[in-house]
Design a protein around this ligand. Structure first.
Ligand code: SF4
Length: 275
């Protein structure tokens, strides 16, 4: 049985491993009550993960294995800190007045929030009670789990669409693309605000046809407020090495400004608000 601990503030770039060695595997977790869960860290002043100033909570557990993942230390619940919802909300409450004043709120990222559905639902519900804007960053792979009650607690979905081509998606994430596209279509039918995020990795996701496929899929969706092109970087590479994982992108450079502009241009040409 994991022991409840204090969750330290920090950065998504801090390496944290082995904090809850007896935690269940992320694909077997039974998160029915959701009063406790596993978290990596939290940041208190992000301006990149939703509107305004955000507290970003990074939860542990993810079922994808993206080749370019910056945070492989969020894949396993056992690497996270075991905390209670009450602890999380008490800490969030300290920041709530500032977040409200600066038009921000809470974003839950990861890892994948929907691995611990009941836990993250309680946190979102608590944040809403404080009057905060709420956002989830997700791959959408577990989108079928997000029932109406879950989505009702979320104001904005930051949806990672990593590829439009099923083979590329499988190669890059080790999972199928269909659940993500299904979730995107459901969010569109509900009119739920979405920012699509696309990680631009030279040699992995930059093929013009791949970008074109996402752009054409997203452009008709009136609920998609932004498409954000996120350039690959190497800030997470030390984690792969320290954790003894095979890192295939060791020699991959961040995309050039020209490549970023080409991709943004492709999204704009299709009719998306892209940046
Ligand atoms: S979905 Fe996110 S956390 Fe999970 S492996 Fe991919 S980049 Fe990493």
């Amino acid at each position: 049985m994991s022991t409840v601990q204090a969750l330290e503030p920090g950065s998504r770039h801090d390496l944290r491993v082995g904090l809850s060695p007896d935690a269940p595997d992320e694909d077997k977790v039974k998160d029915e009550a959701g009063a406790f869960g596993y978290c990596h860290s939290y940041e208190t002043s992000s301006r990149y993960d939703g509107p305004g100033l955000r507290v970003v909570l990074f939860v542990s557990g993810c079922l994808l294995r993206c080749t370019y993942c910056h945070n492989p230390d969020t894949w396993h619940l056992k690497d996270g800190t075991y905390v209670s919802v009450d602890q999380v909300l008490r800490r969030l409450g300290d920041f709530a007045p500032s977040l409200q004043a600066l038009g921000g709120g809470l974003t839950i990222s990861g890892g994948e929030a929907m691995v611990q559905l009941a836990f993250t639902r309680r946190i979102f519900a608590g944040a809403k009670k404080m009057g905060l804007h709420t956002a989830v960053q997700t791959s959408g792979f577990l989108g079928d789990r997000a029932d109406t009650a879950y989505l009702a607690e979320i104001d904005l979905v930051l949806l990672d669409i990593k590829s439009s081509d099923p083979d590329t998606y499988k190669r890059v994430t080790e999972r199928d693309i269909a659940p993500t596209l299904r979730f995107a279509e459901r969010l569109a039918s509900l009119g739920k605000p979405v920012w699509v995020r696309f990680t631009l990795v030279p040699g992995e996701t930059d093929d013009p046809a791949n970008v074109e496929g996402i752009a054409k899929f997203v452009a008709p969706m009136k609920n998609v407020e932004w498409v954000e092109v996120q350039p690959f970087h190497q800030m997470g590479s030390f984690k792969w090495k320290t954790m003894g994982l095979e890192y295939k992108l060791e020699n991959t450079q961040p995309p050039s400004r020209d490549l970023v502009n080409r991709v943004i241009g492709q999204f704009r040409a299709a009719g998306c608000n892209a940046r």
